[in-house]
Design a binder for this molecule. Structure first.
Ligand SMILES: *Cc1c(COP(=O)(O)O)cnc(C)c1O
Length: 423
């Protein structure tokens, strides 16, 4: 497979952009080789500047749930853009988005739009601190909640891959208020609640962890978190930036029937435009400026073009329940098929989120996820890439399916995997 043009552009990129990328997960640091420079995408396919075609299993890390370059969304963007790209003033389309999110997700009475998942989490945490008058937050080893200071502690995926436990530049004081518990381990949470009595503002979690590979919650774990938060007067924040509108219209909270106080969204909610959102109980959201004392703002928040894209995508998901059926079936087929051919590994996941770990140890949390043989992953990744399947260049990311993927796409992966593990 040719990669001359990608190589040439990447060489220039490294001179001008740190690591040649605008987000570390795009670099091929963990798998070797150079990132392919992407020129365009359509449906389940992505094309690089050397003219190579791949079946894409990243989907821009989740937003492209209807497949790339989906015509109705493209039309919505173009039509809306004709009225102006941004006004920095209140618009009707923001109200339409808020109505849609509140009607789809029962735990959300009010919502605020922002520009990224990072911003959504940062703001939700601030709201939780403002509401409870407490400072400390509990997060889980291996869960990623964006790159705000307080959340860069045991932060999964990109951080996990580069082997940096925390980030430089995060003040000690910021990290001190972030306590870390073990995913799927209620006792580790209970202990922190006891040690820091009446100081925990919130527990934040990816209800299905998708930034340490994919790790699903064991029975009763999320329910147990709800109970602990209630007992200690703390808020429960579900970071559904990946799972929101992916594991069904009501996300992981609907699937597992656990109601958080606050929820964060990103990725799918913007359909590929830079959008995030946070929302929840009315009395908490009333804490946000200009009604309340928790300040949070954004010049481009609720951007009309971005709202048009997101609304279009959410409406299609709402009106077409077969989409989730289709993706879940493909996910099941992928997981079952991979599990039968893989040697020395295990397949995890739920719905349209999957992961292949290269370890026999049962993966239930950050520590066991890290036992995966990342060199074996890198070899497998490069084989798949060379054969036209584009997976995330890190062990600790999900395999994303979209509605544009077909059974033939999945079977292509299964056939390649069978050959790979045979030899
Ligand atoms: C991607 C992600 C974020 C951060 O979103 P950005 O839009 O990249 O800032 C936060 N939480 C989770 C669970 C994510 O997967």
């Amino acid at each position: 497979m040719l990669s001359e043009r990608s190589e040439r552009i990447f060489k220039r990129a490294k001179e001008l952009i740190p690591g040649g990328v605008n987000s570390p997960v795009r670099a091929f640091g963990a798998v070797g080789g150079i990132p392919r420079m992407i020129a365009k995408a359509k449906g389940s396919r992505i094309f690089d500047v050397d003219g190579n075609e791949y079946i894409d299993f990243i989907g821009s890390w989740g937003p492209m749930i209807l497949g790339h370059n989906y015509q109705p969304i493209l039309d919505a963007v173009i039509n809306t853009a004709q009225n102006g790209l941004s006004f920095g003033a209140a618009t009707a389309i923001e109200v339409e988005m808020a109505e849609l999110i509140c009607s789809l997700v029962p735990s959300i009475d009010m919502v605020r739009m922002v520009n990224s998942g990072t911003e959504a989490v940062m703001s939700a945490v601030r709201a939780a601190r403002g509401f409870t008058g407490r400072d400390k937050i509990i997060k889980f080893d291996g869960c990623y909640h964006g790159h705000s200071d307080a959340m860069l502690v045991k932060a999964g995926s990109g951080v996990m891959t580069s082997g940096v436990p925390d980030s430089a530049g995060v003040p000690k004081g910021c990290a001190e208020d972030t306590l870390t518990a073990t995913y799927n381990n209620l006792e580790s949470v209970q202990r922190l609640f006891e040690q820091h009595h009446n100081q925990i503002a919130a527990v934040i979690i990816e209800p299905v962890a998708a930034n340490m590979g994919v790790v699903t919650p064991v029975d009763g774990f999320l329910q147990g978190l709800r109970r602990l938060c209630d007992e200690h007067g703390s808020l429960l924040i579900f970071d559904e930036v990946i799972t929101g509108f992916r594991l069904g219209l009501t996300g992981a909270q609907g699937l597992y029937r656990v109601i958080p106080d606050l929820t964060t969204f990103g990725k799918i909610v913007g359909a590929g435009m830079p959008v995030g959102a946070y929302g929840g109980r009315r009395e908490i959201m009333q804490m946000i400026a200009p009604v309340g004392k928790v300040y949070q703002a954004g010049t481009l928040s609720g951007n009309p073009v971005a709202m048009a894209a997101g609304i279009c995508q959410l409406k299609i998901l709402k009106e077409t329940p077969e989409i989730y059926q289709h993706m879940n079936q493909l996910g099941d087929r992928l997981r079952k098929g991979l599990q039968t051919v893989v040697k020395g590994g295990q397949v995890t996941g739920i719905g349209s989120l999957s992961c292949l770990f290269f370890t026999d140890t049962l993966v239930t949390d950050g520590t066991t996820a890290k036992q995966s043989d990342t060199a074996a992953f890198a070899k497998y990744f490069n084989y798949m890439l060379e054969n036209g399947c584009y997976f995330a260049p890190s062990q600790f990311e999900a395999i994303f399916l979209s509605n544009a993927h077909t059974q033939a796409d999945v079977d292509c992966v299964l056939n390649l995997a069978e050959q790979y593990f045979k030899s």
